[in-house]
Design a protein around this ligand. Structure first.
Ligand SMILES: [Zn+2]
Length: 93
């Protein structure tokens, strides 16, 4: 069983979590000023990274909070988790 570390609760079994898609996707500040193509890109286009990928996860059967994780998509191993709103560990602040 895969164990995932919630930054709020600690390490728990994967059954308590839900995948939330790619992390750090910024919503346009004023959607009415964005072209249809840019809006469609915001809604649907994702990077589909091979290797280390920043993802959102939610601890649905625990605290209910969202957090981010860096996961290696080639090994399915989660390298680190961090709170939503924080930059990935190791990235310049
Ligand atoms: Zn939690």
């Amino acid at each position: 069983m895969l164990l995932i570390h919630c930054p709020h609760c600690g390490t728990r079994p994967e059954l308590e979590f839900s995948y939330g898609g790619e992390a750090h996707i910024a919503r346009p500040a004023d959607p009415s000023q964005v072209s249809d193509d840019d809006w469609a890109s915001y809604l649907y286009l994702r990077s589909n990274t091979k290797g280390v990928h920043a993802e959102r996860w939610r601890h649905v059967r625990g605290c209910g909070r969202f957090f981010n994780a860096l996961r290696d998509t080639t090994t399915d191993r989660i390298l680190v988790t961090y709170k939503a709103g924080e930059k990935p560990p190791g990235e310049a602040r």
